[in-house]
Design a protein around this ligand. Structure first.
Ligand code: PHE
Length: 344
């Protein structure tokens, strides 16, 4: 068979193959079969050197023309196939299916309560201050009337970084830093993380505190009582009753602890005939520590002995547990999104 005839037979054969090609892969195999380096066209043309030189140009031209028409056939089929595949994909696409909703975040309950407490206290005239979590012994203890070897340091279960450096055990050191930087009168609150070597059902080695300090002329226990009562009623509701119990802190004198009527049972001690598990039937829950700033603290920061002031401190986790009725402290640290999502 002469080469021209063989070349002319290629296009009809490819067309037959294309009629059955249902995928882009099948199309590619056809292309390799006809136009590939070892394909049919190449095979026919491998006989070219055996022709008389005079016949070769005509065969060469024919081969080029055939190659072009084969390429055009393949391209035409490829476009048609792509269109069909797209139409099929659209037919299967169900626009009525519900979409995937994006995750919606929420603030952590500790953040929410911190913000709420700070908002209320800002409204009562306090500035917000912050300071380092790794503290010098001086700011955490010594300036607060707890010299080295003072037994009150034991109350704090301190995590020591080195001999003179600690993880702060309360945010009182921020109050000391504020007093060293500013002159009275001042009113400041210090929210932040604090650390104690303590871990059980009701204690975690890290927790959150907010401490407050007000210093000026003739600041008295009456101011302390008035402000803390207003504050507590703002947070827990206006019907909340408040009582002050004598207590001890090295940096305040006199010192007190503040109880509020139990926000679970309303102070009754019982709830639906059952003993209240929050106040253990006493009707009261402890909420903060406070007192009049000890003159030794003013002396440590170089304030005149005539100034007076009060300080208070509370645990944010405790307030959040009481406010939201959360029974297990660990919930705050597990970060289970099912728990956290309830505060959205
Ligand atoms: N610093 C105290 C603590 O961490 C709390 C407190 C602050 C008590 C101010 C009285 C006055 O326990």
């Amino acid at each position: 068979m002469d080469l021209i005839t063989a070349l002319e037979g290629l296009a009809p054969e490819l067309e037959k193959g294309l009629a059955d090609a249902r995928s882009l892969d099948a199309l590619e195999s056809l292309r390799v079969d006809f136009l590939g380096r070892k394909g049919r066209l190449a095979h026919i043309m491998s006989a070219l050197p055996q022709l008389e030189p005079a016949q070769r140009p005509a065969v060469g031209q024919k081969a080029n023309a055939v190659k072009e028409s084969l390429t055009a056939l393949l391209e035409e089929r490829r476009l048609a196939l792509e269109k069909a595949l797209e139409a099929e994909a659209l037919r299967r696409f169900d626009a009525s299916l519900p979409g995937r909703l994006p995750w919606r975040g929420s603030l952590h309950p500790i953040t929410l309560v911190t913000q709420e407490i700070c908002d209320v206290l800002r409204g009562l005239g306090f500035d917000v201050a912050s300071g380092p979590e790794v503290e010098n012994d001086f700011y955490n203890f010594e300036s607060l009337n707890m010299p080295p070897e003072h037994p009150a340091r034991d109350m704090q279960d301190t995590l020591y970084v080195s001999d003179k450096v600690v993880m702060r055990t309360h945010t009182s050191p921020v109050q000391v830093r504020t007093m060293l930087a500013r002159k009275p009168p001042l009113a400041v609150i210090c929210p932040g993380k604090v650390y104690r070597r303590d871990s059980d059902l009701t204690h975690t080695p890290m927790f959150h505190q907010i401490e407050g300090l007000m210093v000026g002329e003739n600041i008295s226990m009456a101011h302390l009582r008035g402000i803390l009562t207003a504050f507590v009623r703002e947070i827990f509701g206006s019907a909340t009753r408040v009582r002050f119990r004598p207590s001890f802190f090295p940096f305040t004198e006199p010192s007190a602890e503040v109880d509020i009527s139990c926000c679970m049972c309303g102070g009754a001690g019982h709830l639906d005939g059952e003993p209240c598990r929050v106040c253990k039937t006493t009707g009261w829950v402890e909420i903060l520590g406070c007192g009049m700033v000890d003159p030794a603290v003013f002396e440590a920061v170089g304030y005149a002995p005539e100034v007076s002031g009060f300080a208070f401190g509370l645990g944010v986790e405790r307030v959040a547990m009481l406010k939201y009725g959360i029974g297990d402290l660990r919930m705050f640290f597990e970060n289970d999104v099912r728990f956290l999502g309830q505060f959205a």
